[in-house]
Design a protein around this ligand. Sequence first.
Ligand code: ZN
Length: 173
Amino acid sequence: MQLTTLRDAFVAQIKAEGFKPRLPPPTIVMDNPPSYGNYEDGKNVLHIAVSSALTPEQQSRFSRMAARMGKGLAGEQEFEEGIHHWVFVHELGHWWQACGHKTGGTNHYAVEYGANRIAAAYWRLKEPAFMQRTEEKMTQLHATMPNPVPEGQVKEKYFDANYEQLGPTPGYI
Ligand SMILES: [Zn+2]
């Protein structure tokens, strides 16, 4: 119900900006995709994870991240913010791109970056404190991760060429 409310608020904001979405709002399916969230273009389905169905490994990943951020958040809350706020609206961004025929093709970096920009714009408008926390979290996380881009290669081109292998890994992030 909470995700349906968020989806409808996202669509309402698009309409409030004067746009008419070509597609109906996506159907939400809570089936734990490997990447926690996924928008399926052809079917207009948004797949999203639920915390009750996480594996113990996934649960401890969220607990560890919560501990590392040191903001006193529990793993459960970390999941709520990371997946049901950030990833969910990122996937709604892919829905909005699909409304404008901007998905598909091999320009993966531009599509992913675009979905992040849509999610950031939405949260800056609706909940700036959450967006601020997300920014800090991503900056911290980014600093702890090795750079997968080989010396001398451009990150956008590397991402487009290796999109399938990068999958839901730190390399993607
Ligand atoms: Zn995406």
